[in-house]
Design a protein. Structure first.
Length: 263
């Protein structure tokens, strides 16, 4: 196998506050670098392309370029709006002689060696492979609704008048989803290189949220192997704390003082 890895890293980190989640400290190295290092240890990975934020690409290169160059990784401009734009741009930067292409979320630094082995080994016999974690919690479909704070409380209404009846926005359950045969899709997702290139050239990319969904549009079978609950995607500060715990890294005040320790 000759595998090229794409790491989309152009997201806005909106749910992480004002900080760049990919620059956060994981034991002396940024989240992004930890993620890249997952693949530099594999002999079958021959190319790595990171799709960075197009409107801040020069700062991104300044911040991460030296370390990424050490690992032989290339930086290209990612998409401004959708993830698939970043993947499409990175595809164009990969060499043509690859047998497989893997895509991995930049904010998933905790993927284990065993998980990567499962996914890559399965790709030797299947043209599209993703890891998935079985859904164990009850799933509810909800809709936006208006709730009156005291519509059934005569005492509150008598005391507060109309104020006691003020409406607030909330969500209400509309259905309980059957969780049988449901999985939470993870990355890395790996594909036959020709198949992925064909999918990105011919599929309707609008609204796709992962690369498997692009390939699915061609009618191809996507094989699911066992994922890992520790392979979390860092989206919030709580996720970062959990990632540090998984990796056995103690947090320090200095590591949280700036999101740009790695400049």
């Amino acid at each position: 196998m000759r595998v090229g890895v794409i790491i989309p890293a152009a997201g806005q980190s909106r749910r992480f506050g004002d900080l760049d989640k990919l620059a956060q400290d994981l034991g002396g190295r940024a989240v992004l670098l930890r993620t890249v290092e997952l693949f530099t240890k594999r002999d079958d990975v021959v190319a790595i392309v990171i799709a960075g934020p197009p409107d801040d690409l020069e700062n991104f290169k300044t911040r991460y370029g030296p370390a990424l160059s050490f690992h032989g990784a290339k930086i290209v401009a990612g998409g401004r709006v959708d993830r698939w734009e970043s993947v499409r741009n990175a595809l164009a930067a990969l060499p043509d002689d690859l047998t497989h292409i893997a895509i991995h979320d930049a904010a998933r630094p905790c993927a284990s060696v065993d998980l990567l082995a499962r996914v890559f080994d399965a790709a030797k016999v299947a043209s599209a492979v993703i890891p998935g974690v079985t859904v164990t919690s009850t799933l509810k479909r909800v809709s936006e609704t208006t709730v009156s704070a005291a519509e059934d409380d005569a005492v509150a209404s008598a005391i507060l008048g109309d104020f006691g009846m003020q409406a607030t926005r909330g969500r209400a359950v509309t259905a309980t989803i059957d969780r049988e045969n449901l999985v939470l899709a993870q990355t890395p997702q790996i594909f036959d290189a020709a198949l992925l290139r064909r999918a990105y050239a011919s599929a309707n990319l609008a609204g796709t949220t992962d690369d498997a969904s692009v390939v699915e549009q061609l009618g191809e079978t996507v094989v699911v192997v066992e994922g890992d609950s520790r392979n979390l995607k860092i989206t919030t500060q709580d996720d970062l704390a959990l990632a540090r715990a998984i990796m056995g890294i103690k947090s320090s005040s200095s590591s949280q003082s700036s999101s740009y320790r790695f400049e």
